[in-house]
Write a protein that binds this ligand. Structure first.
Ligand code: GLN
Length: 499
């Protein structure tokens, strides 16, 4: 049952939120020991929330657009009724005193939070193997990774533990696991969704995004969590955006469930550098597998058949994205993670002096990848290297944003793969950092530019595992829901991929 069907049935009194929840808890009991999607299953809290929804329906009250829909929440989002660990030992024992804005909006919409999902520690990784609590496995093949860092959230949706999940995406962490688990994942425009209560990794890149089994469900979740928030000053009002945006006229449909359809007349660019290159223009980025490239080609053909005008486009600077990201994100992380000092949060390992306690705590509390990023980030921000590394990366970021914005003067959307390969075996990339980092080569440009992008499942690779195709758009392309080119293209791909 889709999230929208659940909400409709619960609001109409045809199904109780409690029975919907029990069905999902049964599924969790059956397969969670094998999958390990969750750090924390909130059965008691969820039952209480479901009972409240059922009581509201019985009183004749409108229970909200996600009435009784179970939702899995990534464990780097603050929840006041459960621990928030970021899958790190350093937050051991910490309970946030407040809900993230996105979580609070979920509750207000009648959703039932079923648990906190596993992630790579502090969202740094692409396979969920970096969790201090052990890896999550891919429900399509448990010998494979689910992707990451929101691997627990994507696996939870793919395994039917919840129809919806929240993830966070700094360099691809919603879209890449969605692709590897065969579900839909959106990285919204930077500022579309409040980051209040999202534990900061790289603040200029972090966005919370929906993960769902269908495009319409993802859109429904996006509508609930997006919108301005006084607690996050980078959050914008989409109405202001629509005022200056000619494609935004006719916003009817904004409050209607479902997504707009039809791609007739949309101008779609096939992003050459991320699709194997363009003749006479140098090679594409490394590592995009032949089966993934083939599914992407078929997706493009399907969009063309549905009426879109398709053409190859070159955006040379996207080749710089991976390098720029792996300087900027660690730089911001080194500053953000300074707050885990053994005093304010979670774990403390004593020492003879405060400084020693601080070192002991951080040594014991952080895993290898987090330490690596903190060291790298501190290095590139240090006086002697700031200009050579950090400032240069910022210039590359500006160039990528400018070239993408130029492309969007000619195209409504760009298409490319989401991840270069299908889900890989556990352990296959843990010894080779660069091959792990390369997972995000196609997703990073949208984060650096602050633009939205969505991953939609499109067929399978040679190994039978899901492939995701990515649709990228300019800032605001996922607003308003009634006209959005991004949702229209995503819906067309979903329809074309249907068996
Ligand atoms: N895999 C990327 C990284 O390791 C992106 C992570 C993310 O988006 N949170 O930084």
């Amino acid at each position: 049952m889709t999230a929208l069907a659940v909400a409709e049935a619960v609001a109409a009194g045809e199904r109780s939120a409690r029975s919907v929840l029990e069905e999902h808890l049964d599924r969790i009991a059956g397969r969670e020991p094998e999958i390990h999607a969750f750090n924390w299953v909130m059965a008691a809290e969820a039952r209480a929330a479901a009972a409240e929804i059922d009581a509201a329906v019985a009183r004749g009250e409108a229970p909200g657009p996600l009435a009784g829909v179970p939702v899995a929440v990534k464990d780097n989002l603050c929840t006041r009724d459960a621990p928030t660990t970021c899958s790190s030992r350093i937050l051991e024992g910490w309970r946030p005193p407040y809900d993230a804005t996105a979580v609070q909006r979920l509750r207000a919409a009648g959703a039932v939070i079923v648990g906190k999902t596993n992630l790579d520690e502090f969202a740094m990784g692409s396979s969920t193997e970096g969790s201090a609590f052990g890896p999550t496995r891919n429900p399509h093949d448990p010998s494979r990774v689910p992707g990451g860092s929101s691997g627990g959230s994507a696996a939870a949706v793919a395994a039917g533990f919840a129809p919806l999940a929240l993830g966070s995406d700094t360099g691809g962490s919603v879209r890449q696991p969605a692709a590897l688990c065969g579900v839909v994942g959106l990285k919204p425009t930077y500022g579309s969704v409040s980051r209040y209560g999202l534990v900061a990794f790289a603040s200029s890149l972090d966005q919370i995004g929906p993960i769902a089994a269908s495009v319409a469900d993802a859109a429904a979740l996006f509508r609930v969590i997006s919108g301005p928030d006084p607690l996050d000053s980078t959050c914008f009002d989409p109405a202001a955006l629509a005022a200056g945006n000619p494609t935004a006229e006719g916003q009817n449909g904004e409050d209607r469930p479902g997504v707009p359809e039809g791609v007739e007349g949309l101008r779609i660019g096939v992003l050459a550098e991320l699709c194997g290159g363009l003749a006479g223009n140098g090679p594409g980025v490394e590592g995009v597998a032949a089966d993934v490239a083939a599914r992407t080609d078929e997706a493009v053909t399907a969009l063309e058949a549905a009426g879109a005008a398709v053409e190859a486009v070159s955006v040379p600077s996207v080749r710089l994205g991976l390098s720029a990201y792996y300087l900027i994100a660690p730089a911001e992380a080194s500053s953000n993670l300074a707050r885990y000092d053994g005093v304010r949060y979670g774990l403390r390992v004593e020492g003879a002096t405060a400084a020693e306690m601080n070192v002991n705590t951080r040594t014991a509390g952080f895993g290898a990848e987090v330490k690596r990023r903190i060291m790298l980030g501190t290095y590139v921000l240090s006086a002697g290297y700031y200009d050579a590394f950090y400032a240069k990366a910022l210039r590359a970021r500006a160039l990528i944003r400018r070239e993408l914005d130029e492309a969007y003067e000619r195209f409504d959307l760009l298409v490319c793969p989401t991840a270069p390969t299908t889900a890989f075996e556990l352990g296959a990339k843990t010894a080779d950092l660069l091959s792990m980092y390369l997972n995000d080569v196609c997703t990073i440009p949208s984060n650096l530019a602050g633009h939205p992008a969505i991953s939609v499942p499109f067929g399978a690779g040679d190994d039978g595992l899901p492939v995701g195709v990515q649709v990228m758009g300019p800032a605001g392309a996922e607003h308003p829901a009634g006209r959005s080119p991004l949702w229209r293209a995503a819906a067309a791909l979903e329809r074309a991929a249907a068996p």
